[in-house]
Design a binder for this molecule. Structure first.
Ligand SMILES: NC(=O)c1ccc[n+]([C@@H]2O[C@H](COP(=O)([O-])OP(=O)(O)OC[C@H]3O[C@@H](n4cnc5c(N)ncnc54)[C@H](O)[C@@H]3O)[C@@H](O)[C@H]2O)c1
Length: 382
C-alpha cells in the first residue's frame, strides 16, 4: 500500500515508517520538526542524538534497501499539504502530526493556543486533502485513552449504546479529558466523526495509552535509527521518565498518591496496532475506534516495577510521592475494554523485567548526558 505518515520524524512516526517499509509498503513521511523545535525552545535535550529525517531515511535505505520519501514542511500550510498528498497519492494516511504533550498544553497561553490551533488545523487539512485528492483513502488517526478520562463505569471501545425514555441510540462514548491536549483529541474525534457522516470518509481513531520503550526490529539494527527519547517532565512519558530517573539516581517522581491508572503499551505494539489498522481498513462512512493498549498499571505499579528491575543491576531506586501538579483523580475505578485490536491479530509484548532491563541498559550507556534539571519543570494545572 502507499502510506503517508504525518509526523514521521516523531517518537512513533519514524519507527512506524521503518516498520511499514520493511513489510513492503511504499512509505512517505511529512514533518516540520515542531517537536524538536519546542524541545529546543524549552531547553529540553533528548537522551541521545537523533539525525534529521533525510539522514535517517538515507541510512535506512542503505541498510534495508527500502526508500522512504521525505517531505519537510508545516501541515498547517495548505499548499504544502496539497503538494504532499498529490506527490504521494496515499491509500492510507497515518496522522501522528500533533503537539502530543499534556504538560506542554498547560504551560501558558501561547502553548495552549499553539496546541489548539496546530492539532485542529492539521486534522482539518488532512480531512480536506483526503476529500480533494484521495477520497477512498483510509485515515488512521492517533487519539488517546485520555479522551475518556476516568469515569466510574467501564470504558467501552469508542461507542456507548444509550437507552433513554424507552428509546435507544449508539453515541460516541462520553469524553471528559483532564488536559487541554487531551481536549484537542476529543475535538479531533468530533471533526472526523462529522466528516465521516457528511462525506463518507473511512477513519480509524486509535485511543492509545502512554507508550514506552524505543527498541523495534528495525531500530535495533543501528542506534542512529532509534527514535528520540525524552525523559523530561514535559514531553517524556511516565515509564520512560522513571527508567531515566532510576539510572540517574534521582527518586522516581510519583504524583500524589500514585493510584492513577492507565492503559500502557510497548512501542512494538504501537507499530503492530497501526499496521493492523492500515492493512484492515475501515469501511467508507465508518468511524472505527479501537482502544490501543495492552495492560493497565497504576503509577505506583510502574514505580515498583522499575525499582525491582533496578535491583538486578545494583541500582538503589528510591520512590518519592510529590505534590501532584495535575488536576486528576489519584484513586479511581478503571476498566477499559480493548478487544478490537486483539481480534485483528495483535500479539502483545507485555511489560516484563527483561523489557525494563533492556531500557535500563540503554539508558546507562547514555548516563553522562542525563540532565537532572529536566526531571521537574514546574508545570501546574492550576
Ligand atoms: N507517545 C505516546 O505515548 C502517545 C500516547 C497516546 C497518543 N499519542 C499520539 O500519537 C501521536 C504521535 O505521538 P509521538 O509521541 O510520536 O509525538 P511526537 O511529537 O514525537 O510526534 C509528532 C510529530 O508530528 C510533528 N508535527 C506536529 N505538528 C506538525 C505540523 N503542523 N506539521 C508537520 N509536522 C508536525 C512533530 O514535529 C513530531 O515529529 C500524537 O498525535 C500523540 O498525541 C502518543
Amino acid at each position: 500500500m502507499r502510506v503517508l505518515i504525518l509526523g514521521g520524524d516523531g517518537y512513533l512516526g519514524w519507527p512506524t515508517a521503518m516498520h511499514l517499509s520493511a513489510r513492503g509498503h511504499e512509505v512517505a513521511v511529512a514533518d516540520n520538526y515542531l517537536r524538536r523545535n519546542l524541545c529546543q525552545e524549552l531547553q529540553l535535550e533528548f537522551l541521545h542524538d537523533v539525525p534529521d529525517l533525510t539522514k535517517r531515511a538515507d541510512l535506512w535505505q542503505s541498510i534495508s534497501g527500502h526508500k522512504i520519501a521525505v517531505h519537510v514542511g508545516d501541515l498547517n500550510d495548505w499548499d504544502f499539504v496539497a503538494e504532499v498528498f498529490q506527490k504521494s497519492s496515499p491509500q492510507a494516511i497515518i496522522h501522528y502530526a500533533e503537539q502530543p504533550a499534556a504538560p506542554y498544553s498547560m504551560l501558558d497561553r501561547q502553548a495552549a493556543t499553539l496546541t489548539l490551533s496546530n492539532n485542529l488545523m492539521v486534522t482539518a487539512n488532512v480531512i480536506f486533502a483526503v476529500r480533494e485528492y484521495c477520497p477512498d483513502a483510509h485515515i488512521v488517526k492517533l487519539g488517546t485513552m485520555g479522551e475518556y478520562g476516568t469515569p466510574n463505569i467501564d470504558i467501552e471501545e469508542g461507542w456507548l449504546e444509550v437507552a433513554h425514555k424507552g428509546r435507544q441510540q449508539k453515541f460516541l462514548y462520553p469524553r471528559q479529558a483532564s488536559s487541554l491536549y487531551h481536549t484537542t483529541k476529543i475535538m479531533d474525534t468530533d471533526l472526523l466523526w462529522f466528516y465521516v457522516r457528511t462525506w463518507g470518509l473511512r477513519v480509524t481513531d486509535l485511543m492509545q495509552g502512554p507508550v514506552y520503550g524505543m527498541f523495534t526490529d528495525e531500530s535495533s539494527q543501528d542506534d542512529r535509527l532509534l527514535p528520540f527519547f525524552n525523559y523530561d517532565e514535559i514531553f517524556g512519558t511516565v515509564l520512560n521518565r522513571f527508567v531515566v530517573q532510576a539510572v540517574a539516581g534521582y527518586p522516581l517522581t510519583v504524583y500524589g498518591k500514585g493510584g492513577q491508572t492507565r492503559g500502557y503499551l510497548n512501542i512494538k505494539d504501537t507499530l503492530n496496532c497501526v499496521r493492523l489498522a492500515v492493512e484492515n481498513p475501515a469501511d467508507p462512512g465508518e468511524l472505527r475506534i479501537f482502544n490501543q493498549f495492552t495492560e493497565t498499571f497504576s503509577v505506583n505499579d510502574l514505580a515498583e516495577k522499575v525499582r525491582e528491575a533496578g535491583k538486578q543491576v545494583q541500582l538503589n531506586v528510591q520512590i518519592e510521592h510529590i505534590e501532584n501538579p495535575r488536576t486528576e483523580a489519584e484513586e479511581h475505578y478503571y476498566n477499559p475494554v480493548h478487544t478490537g485490536l486483539l481480534d485483528l491479530g495483535l500479539t502483545p509484548h507485555y511489560l516484563s523485567e527483561e523489557v525494563l532491563l533492556d531500557m535500563i541498559e540503554f539508558v546507562m550507556r547514555h548516563k553522562s548526558s542525563i540532565q537532572t534539571d529536566q526531571m521537574l519543570r514546574n508545570v501546574k494545572w492550576n
